[in-house]
Write a protein that binds this ligand. Structure first.
Ligand SMILES: *Cc1c(COP(=O)(O)O)cnc(C)c1O
Length: 245
């Protein structure tokens, strides 16, 4: 990394320090859990990604398969970001699954919301070894129509289906997009809901709570999300600046 930091690299550093401080305010049960920062790079170009990478950032999130593919195959990124880890965080359509699974350095898919999609991913995941595809189940905790995700009362069935029928998938946790109107409250009810869902899943399947992740928190609310136990925050504009529409 060069001596001179760019504004963006400074913002990245600031976000990391906020995360670090928030960790200190969590309850004892989260001791030792280091949350992962996913830098959401949608609508940013490859040079921004490279800059963040050079400042130490490794996990990046994208919403659109085409856009992710273009960046992941960009020769500069392939050459300079050899340890990059891509998270797919957008709404995934069945007809884009094959394309998505062929993307280099794909780390995980955070937005699995149905049996049909899980089955398709399972059938299309073929690495030649027994490496599983990491996924989160996306939950629509706010009930807003325009948001995707399964409803909270469908999670257990979806988990059962994946356990029984999708041996190539590994469910690492639950993901939600909290409704923006609650982002200034200290306890976003969508995060509270996701935590309840996690507890239920862990109870039902005998998973230790420390081994099951929560992906919640974006630029407006990543600090409170971490205080509440998020293990994966997806932060875009606080790192890269406001996005153009
Ligand atoms: C865009 C996006 C983010 C990041 O949003 P910011 O407010 O810019 O931090 C996080 N998660 C998902 C699913 C997104 O689509």
């Amino acid at each position: 990394m060069s001596e001179l930091e760019t504004d963006m690299q400074q913002r990245l550093k600031f976000v990391l320090s906020q995360i670090n401080d928030a960790c200190k305010r969590r309850s004892k049960e989260f001791e030792g859990v280091i949350p992962r920062l996913v830098a959401v790079s949608k609508k940013r170009d490859s040079s921004d990604i490279i800059q963040a990478y050079q400042a130490g950032q490794r996990h990046f999130g994208e919403n659109y398969v085409k856009e992710l593919e273009t960046k992941a195959r960009d020769e500069r990124i392939l050459e300079k970001c050899k340890e990059i880890k891509w998270h797919f965080i957008g709404h995934l359509q069945g007809n884009k699954v094959k394309e998505l699974l062929h993307i280099p350095y794909l780390y995980m898919i955070e937005t699995v919301h149905s049996q049909q999609l899980a089955e398709k991913l399972n059938n299309s995941w073929d690495t030649g070894d027994d490496r599983k595809l990491r996924i989160f189940i996306q939950v629509n905790t706010s009930g807003e129509k325009e948001k995707s995700g399964c409803s909270p009362d469908e999670i257990i069935n979806l988990m059962k289906f994946i356990k029984d029928k999708c041996p190539k998938l590994q469910v690492d946790g639950l993901m939600t997009i909290g409704s923006a109107e609650h982002s200034k409250e200290s306890q976003n009810p969508d995060f509270v809901k996701l935590i309840e869902c996690k507890k239920e899943v862990c109870r039902e399947f005998g998973i230790p709570e420390k081994d099951f992740e929560l992906s919640m928190g974006m630029s407006a609310d990543y600090v409170q999300a971490i205080e509440m136990g998020s293990t994966n925050v997806r932060v875009g504009s606080a790192i890269f600046g406001e996005r153009s529409k």
